[in-house]
Every structure is written in structure tokens, then in C-alpha cells.
Design a protein around this ligand. Structure first.
Ligand code: LLP
Length: 386
């Protein structure tokens, strides 16, 4: 066993695969529980989009988090993992009728609505079933986040949410409908946010909107501020568990929550990011004109983040203590962007060595594709491999 990896077990498995260290996951969840429970009215959900591996979902459910879903498939995955339907919220800018019907059939807690046409459809489908659906409006707060442009969501130019100017109108429209009940506001400004100032900016905007609503004597019981807390991708050398304490304190100090309100969070990456690694085998070491390549059996189809967002994942040779050498670490896919890292220092690599791409628990396995007719990677937990 090198570091925290059961190498002996790994050698029996077909690579590439995802490995989830459940101790890291459980420690992270326990930290979330401890920090959130310091506040009477904080409710934490897990954003299923980050990782819907059934074993991972089950552990998260056992720790009492709700489920934030963005598709019918995610609602099914959450139900299958045992999340109570009363703790499921359904968000997303384009909900299909069958997905809304699925949510209605399960009597989920709330639909986070992003437009008037969507509200009309939910009202109609709920009426057909003789039900009343709880709805919250996702407001686009026009707050920027200091993160990659592809994962910022709260700017006016983004497709997400209802604009602040339209908020009053949407609330009035909902008030005239019989089969929806307006219960709250929903926000989400982006992902991989490490600057608490971005969340403070969101709090200030929420306070402004709440004052406006109160002036109209509109009372809302639920505020959902989305997710977005980032992780330290330099792990394992640095911080494994994100700073949930600092995160919740930012909201406690800056958001003027009323005593009758519940504050909801939808955390994805910060819950599962650090527990996962993509484990892959070196196929070939190839000498190029002026550099050497370590060619892995994992590619961008297994972990697309480096190709899509130029994301950094720490790379380690977990089966070698040979002196360090420098490699471009690449996959087998027929795309030049199939690169995990350039000029990476690794313990000397040879065919068959196992390579770990760290901090890959979030938006890793779930974003895998079958391009090049590749098989999807399997996911194993440390509890299965003892
Ligand atoms: N709530 C909403 C409405 C969201 O859109 C998201 C993420 C979350 C919660 C969870 O955010 P988190 O806590 O994970 O930051 N594939 C990209 C990330 C896309 C995030 C999309 N929305 C990546 O690999 O970086």
C-alpha cells in the first residue's frame, strides 16, 4: 500500500477506474455536519451532478444531506440511493415534461423554476394530477465569481435564472396559479469558488432582494444559495477537507436570514472532490523530439476536466520510487487535447506503473463518455477493496 492506496487490490482490477476513499468522504461529511449544525436553520443538500456513483450517493444520504437534482435520471438515482423524496429539489433550465411528472409523482420538496413558460408547464402538469407543487424561483443575481468562465453561472449574460427585474412579475404570476405554491428563492453563482468575497457579494444581493419583497409584504420561507465552494487541487500536498467553517461563517455574517427562514446549500465538488482518484496504467513511455510522453490507458473520455477547462489534477506514480523525471502525461484518445498535464515531474515511469489523478471525485466519473467506443470507467470504494 503506497500512501492511502491499496495497490495489491488495484493490480487485480482492469484500469482505468475511479477509486473513492470513503474515509475522506466520511470525514468531509462529518465536517459539513459539525459546521452546519452550529446554525439552527441551515439545510445542506448534495448536488448529485458532481458524482452519482450509487455507493457514494448512499454514504452521502446516510449522513443526512438532501439531494439537488437536475434531471429525471438524477431524481431516480437519488431515490434509488434512499434519499427521502421530501429532501429532493429539482433544478435546471430545461426540464422536460416527463421529468416534471416524475418529480410530481414522487412529491419532491421543490422545483427550482427558471422561467414563466416553465412555471406554466409545471402548473398545468400538477393540475392534471390534482397536486400543488412547491416552487422556488432561481434568480440570476448578476454576481460574478472569480472562477473559470465555463463554470460561472450568476451573470446576466448566462442562461440561468430569472432576471432580478422580472422577479416581482414571476411572483405575481405564480400567485394567480392554483397548482403551484411559491416558497422560496434560489441562487447559484458558479463553481470552484475559493474567494469568500464572491459569496459575500451574493449575500448582499439576496439581502437587497429580500428587502424589496418585504416592502411588498411577501414572505418567503426558503432561501437556497446553491453550491460553489471550491477545493484545493494541490491536494494531497495541501488541504484535503474544504474550509466549510469559513464558508458557513460568510453566510452567517452577511446574509440577513429571518428567524422563520431556512437557508439551503447545494454543495457538489466540496463534498466529493477530494475522495476520488482516477487510477490508470502506463501503456508506453515514448521519447518525442524534445520531451518524453507517459501514455496512459485513461484519457479525456474518463476525466474530461483538463481538456475542457484546462483544469489541474495532481498526477502521481503510485507504484514507483524511482528518481523523478519530467513527462507530458497523455491519454490514448485521438484528440490533441487529450493531455492530463505537461512537463509533470513523476517518479520514473515504466510500462505497467499505476498512475493516480487526484482530486477527481467531482465531475470525473459522471462526465465520462464513450467517445472512441471506449468503455465507461468503473468506480470502486475503499470499503469494497479491503
Ligand atoms: N447548484 C446548482 C444550481 C449548480 O448548477 C451547481 C453546479 C451546483 C449547485 C453545485 O456546484 P458545486 O458545489 O459543485 O460547485 N463540470 C464543472 C462544474 C460544473 C458545475 C455546474 N453546476 C467542473 O468540472 O468544474
Amino acid at each position: 500500500m503506497k500512501g492511502t492506496f491499496p495497490i495489491n487490490k488495484f493490480s487485480e482490477l482492469r484500469t482505468p477506474f475511479y477509486y473513492y476513499d470513503t474515509k475522506v468522504l466520511r470525514d468531509t461529511l462529518s465536517c459539513i455536519r459539525t459546521e452546519a449544525s452550529k446554525y439552527d436553520n441551515y439545510s445542506v443538500h448534495y448536488a448529485v451532478k458532481a458524482n452519482a456513483n450509487p455507493k457514494v450517493l448512499t454514504i452521502i444520504r446516510e449522513n443526512g444531506l438532501g439531494a439537488d437534482c437536475v434531471s429525471g435520471g438524477e431524481i431516480r438515482a437519488a431515490i434509488k440511493a434512499g434519499f427521502p423524496s421530501g429532501k429532493i429539489v429539482f433544478a435546471g433550465v430545461g426540464k422536460a415534461d416527463w421529468e416534471i411528472n416524475l418529480g410530481l409523482d414522487y412529491d419532491i420538496f421543490c422545483f427550482n423554476v427558471e422561467s414563466v413558460p416553465e412555471l406554466e408547464v409545471i402548473n398545468g402538469l400538477a393540475a392534471a394530477k390534482g397536486k400543488v407543487a412547491n416552487v422556488a424561483f432561481r434568480i440570476n443575481p448578476n454576481v460574478g465569481a472569480h472562477t473559470h468562465a465555463n463554470i460561472t453561472t450568476g451573470l446576466a449574460e448566462n442562461k440561468f435564472g430569472i432576471s432580478m427585474q422580472d422577479m416581482d412579475h414571476v411572483i405575481d404570476v405564480a400567485g394567480e396559479m392554483n397548482n403551484v405554491k411559491f416558497i422560496g428563492l434560489h441562487f447559484h453563482i458558479g463553481s470552484q469558488i475559493l474567494d469568500m468575497g464572491d459569496f459575500v457579494a451574493l449575500c448582499n444581493r439576496v439581502n437587497e432582494l429580500q428587502d424589496k419583497l418585504e416592502a411588498r409584504r411577501i414572505r418567503i420561507e426558503h432561501i437556497n444559495v446553491g453550491g460553489g465552494l471550491g477545493i484545493d487541487y494541490a491536494h494531497p500536498n495541501r488541504q484535503a477537507i474544504p474550509d466549510f467553517k469559513k464558508y458557513f461563517i460568510a453566510y452567517d455574517e452577511h446574509l440577513k436570514l429571518r428567524s422563520y427562514q431556512t437557508l439551503h446549500f447545494e454543495l457538489g465538488r466540496s463534498v466529493v472532490g477530494q475522495c476520488g482518484s482516477l487510477i490508470s496504467r502506463v501503456l508506453y513511455v515514448k521519447q518525442g523530439t524534445n520531451k518524453q510522453f507517459a501514455i496512459l490507458d485513461a484519457g479525456m473520455t474518463d476525466l474530461i476536466r483538463p481538456a475542457l477547462y484546462q483544469a489541474f489534477h495532481k498526477i502521481e506514480n503510485i507504484t514507483s520510487d524511482a528518481p523523478m523525471q519530467t513527462y507530458d502525461v497523455v491519454g490514448p484518445i485521438c484528440e490533441s487535447s487529450d493531455v492530463f498535464g505537461k512537463a509533470i515531474d513523476l517518479n520514473g515511469v515504466k510500462r505497467g506503473d499505476l498512475i493516480a489523478l487526484r482530486s477527481a471525485g467531482a465531475y470525473g466519473e459522471i462526465m465520462a463518455s464513450g467517445y472512441n467506443c471506449r468503455e465507461l470507467p468503473q468506480g470502486y470504494t475503499s470499503e469494497e477493496l479491503v
